[in-house]
Write a protein that binds this ligand. Sequence first.
Ligand code: UD1
Ligand code: CA
Length: 460
Amino acid sequence: MKLDVVILAAGKGSRMNSNRPKVLHKIGAKQMLERVIDAARDLGASKVHVVVGYGAEQIKQAFDSQPKSDGLRWAIQQQQLGTGHAVMQALSGLNTQDEECLVLVLYGDVPLIKASTLQELLRQSDSKTLSLLSLISESPAGLGRIIRDGQGEITAIVEEKDASTEQKQIKEINTGIMVIPVVKLNRWLNKLGNDNAQGEYYLTDIVAMAAAENCKIIARVITDAREVQGVNDKAQLAGLERHYQMTKVDELLQAGVTVLDPARVDIRGNLKTGQDVEIDINAIFEGEVSLGNGVKIGANVIIKDSTIADNVTVLAGTNIDGAMIGARSVIGPYARIRPGTVLSEEVKIGNFVETKNAVIGKGSKASHLAYIGDAELGENVNIGAGTIVCNYDGVNKHKTVLGNNVFVGSNSVLVAPVTLADNAFIAAGSAINSDVPGDHLAIGRAKQRNIPGWKRPGKK
Ligand code: UD1
Ligand code: CA
């Protein structure tokens, strides 16, 4: 079976009250349109056609920079004259002579549709069948109703605004997702008119045309309403975001992760977890994050694009981005671990410590109030409170290298480029701007003077 997918995304989405085109708003940090395109790709579609109109340039720009844009074809619908008119704009890119080819119509603002559901719909589709996804809804207002005859056969779809009082009682609604053989689609679209309550070219009118030709029409009734829910305003966007987050948390719970409050964890990317992981409230995971066995994540922690090895403890308020944290390390509370940080095993990074582009050896510690940037530290190094690595001379960045067992006394300044060899000991309050050989004590501060009999100034 050959499959082309047409995604409708030309609508303005006025009720979003936003300058951004609706389909570029995100669920789980991924643009809605990207989610739909991903689902289409999972089906192995030969081509994915996206019909854009409002904000077309902005949407195209958002995708054309990505590798995913391969095989994407943009169709422009200048004026939004209805869903049927929208699909017509994609016709020129379809092989309308190919008897074998099916067209799947999706909406760019229905972001949570699953590839597996579409797969099931496709399984019941062939070149002689029009198949569609319907839903039994207790609140069908505003949606197209599925009309069936006495035998239960589908004869038409009627839009809310065109429906009789009797038809409005029908609870089976059209989700908008359909599979249509391309040859028939082409023929039906060419016959489509706009003589209806909204003066629009309704894609749904092809259903009555199919029935008139005795073409087989099958509806697959979906049970999970969220999968086919469209987003028209920020409340619906937020509702689907919450739903999406709950499904992600459910996956964690199923995998055996202890989540203290499933309503207060956000996964904005892919989170991999080992066994016996514990996650406290308000944790946010962004991009690609992996947590090893026995990892504990404290409250209000944000972790982005990082790998956390087994039995690491991340304490409250810590922010980790682009880092690798070695086994049994303890990070935080309130630590900021920036990109390029690579910690070996059993490292301790304490409160108000910032690291960036820093490779730190096994058992090393920076327990309080320090900045370690563009640095390489050996094993069992001790960085005293208030130590700052001056990696930037105002123009260029330079590197600082510390060997094993180096001890840096509190409130020291290490002016890069500088190397402190194994077992070097830096006296507290030193400004170190030249290398320290191994096993040396370095004192880099003015000698203390005590002045006897000194009187404080009196008040005038
Ligand atoms: C449509 C269906 C209705 C169904 C409902 C499900 C028709 C005529 N009606 O309703 O049966 O119950 O979806 O949500 O098909 N779009 C375009 N160009 C247009 C018009 C729409 O690209 O000219 C896109 C929109 O951006 C949106 C999708 O098509 O992604 C659906 O449009 P919308 O106006 O929300 O649907 P309705 O026509 O109200
Ligand atoms: Ca709608």
